[in-house]
Each structure stands twice: as structure tokens, then as C-alpha cells.
Design a protein around this ligand. Structure first.
Ligand SMILES: [Zn+2]
Length: 140
């Protein structure tokens, strides 16, 4: 698990590009040209990296849960179904922590929160969530 920002991803983009495209099966003349441009930037900003590569995927901090890019994410060593590594924004991490706190205090309230976010979580993580709220509802 590590913390990354637009700036840290921009600084690491040249090395990440090298690992992906230099002396690998994906190396092309175009990819090498981009690599040389990235090296020339020395300490690049997000804007410079995005302009050089032609898109913002190498500096993006988009949250896999809420899909917003707030400029910072916590990256987990978990690979999602669609192949990318799980990245989560601070707001979603905070919500998850709040949920666990409520689960300790008020299970019914926590399950209501869990049910409303269950579908979103399931889509984002590609997993089936434990349907504890349905089990809880039977007691009511
Ligand atoms: Zn989020």
C-alpha cells in the first residue's frame, strides 16, 4: 500500500514508461520517442507528462470506487478483475473507516449504509458483498 499524488506520479512516469515500453515486447519507435521526451523533461509536472504522452492515464489519481480524480490516492496491492491495481481516494477510505466505526456502534444503521453502497462497491471491486443487511432484516 502506498500514497500517490499527481505530482508523484508525474515524477515516476519516465521510469514507469521505461519499464512498460523500453526493451519489452511493447517497444515501438513512437514509444521510444516519447521516452526520450520524458527523459528530457527531467523533473516533469503532470501537465508536461500528459502533453508528452498524449493522455492523462499515467498521472491519473482516479478513485476506483467513486471515479473522481481528487489528485491523491492510496494504492493497494490488489489487482481488480479488469486488471488494474486498486486505487482509492481519501474520501472513500474515510467513508469505509466511518462505516466500520458505525458497525461497532449501531449495526442496523451500518447495514443501511452498506446496502446503499453495496451495488457501487460490487461494481467497483468486482466482488460479491456479504449481504449482512438481509440477514439483519429478517429479525425486524
Ligand atoms: Zn473515491
Amino acid at each position: 500500500m502506498r500514497f500517490e499524488t499527481w505530482e508523484s506520479k508525474a515524477r515516476g512516469a519516465t521510469e514507469a514508461w521505461r519499464k512498460q515500453y523500453v526493451n519489452t515486447q511493447y517497444q515501438t519507435i513512437e514509444n521510444l520517442a516519447i521516452y526520450k521526451k520524458l527523459i528530457a523533461l527531467k523533473d516533469p509536472t503532470k501537465e508536461q507528462v500528459d502533453a508528452t504522452i498524449g493522455n492523462c492515464t499515467w498521472t491519473s489519481c482516479q478513485c476506483d470506487l467513486c471515479a473522481r480524480d481528487m489528485g491523491a490516492v492510496v494504492i493497494f496491492d490488489v489487482r481488480l478483475e479488469r486488471g488494474n491495481i486498486l486505487e482509492m481516494c481519501i474520501d472513500c477510505l474515510r467513508s469505509a473507516l466511518l462505516l466500520t466505526t458505525r458497525m461497532e456502534g449501531d449495526l442496523a444503521e451500518a447495514n443501511t449504509l452498506l446496502e446503499t453502497s453495496r451495488q457501487l462497491l460490487s461494481e467497483a471491486f468486482g466482488i460479491l458483498m456479504i449481504e449482512s443487511s438481509k440477514a439483519e432484516a429478517k429479525h425486524e
